[in-house]
Design a protein around this ligand. Sequence first.
Ligand SMILES: [Zn+2]
Length: 220
Amino acid sequence: MIQHGPRGPKRIALTFDADLTVAMRERLRAGTVRSYYNDALVEQLRTLRVPATLFLTGLWMEQYPDHTKELAKDSLFELGTHSYDHRGFTKHCYTLGTLPRAAMLDDVRRAVVLLDRLDPRATRWFRFPGGCYDGTALHELAPAGLTAVGLDVPGADGFAKSPQAVVKQVLGNARDGSIVVLHLHGGDNAPYTDEAIGPIVRGLRARGFELVTVTELMAP
Ligand SMILES: [Zn+2]
């Protein structure tokens, strides 16, 4: 489990989670939400040449296999997993529900198998849904051989009320070695991430931070 990189070098890893729960998939199918792929955000990351680590849920990869392959091919990005269907790994994890202990290992393995099929460069980075974990979850997942990537700066872009709030949150809290969590799915769940990312990237770079992937951040 890592929460941030070395303090000292002025480097920061921006990470983006692609959630897809069964309830979100229902909203897609009902047409209430057009897409849970924020292509405007990815476009900005490419234009600004921002390396990033993306954590994908299994349901998201099943919904967007072509996008997953495109992201995998892009050398700016590295991909890790974010569970199969984004259920919580602890009893009380927001409104995510709870994955039974006996199902934890199979759940993450299912996501890893999906990612390996779509991404020949797949990493073994993993992020817990909602950032929720405890000793039991870590114990259950040990055989999967993953490294859980936590965070020290929540971007708070989930259900944000404005892009400015997200920019302020990230620029106000990021420091050397930070791992920042934002979201890739957009839609009703993270509506302003694409508008916030430009000011965030420019703001961090103006302060002399180099933006890197988690692998680069943790490299000796
Ligand atoms: Zn998530």
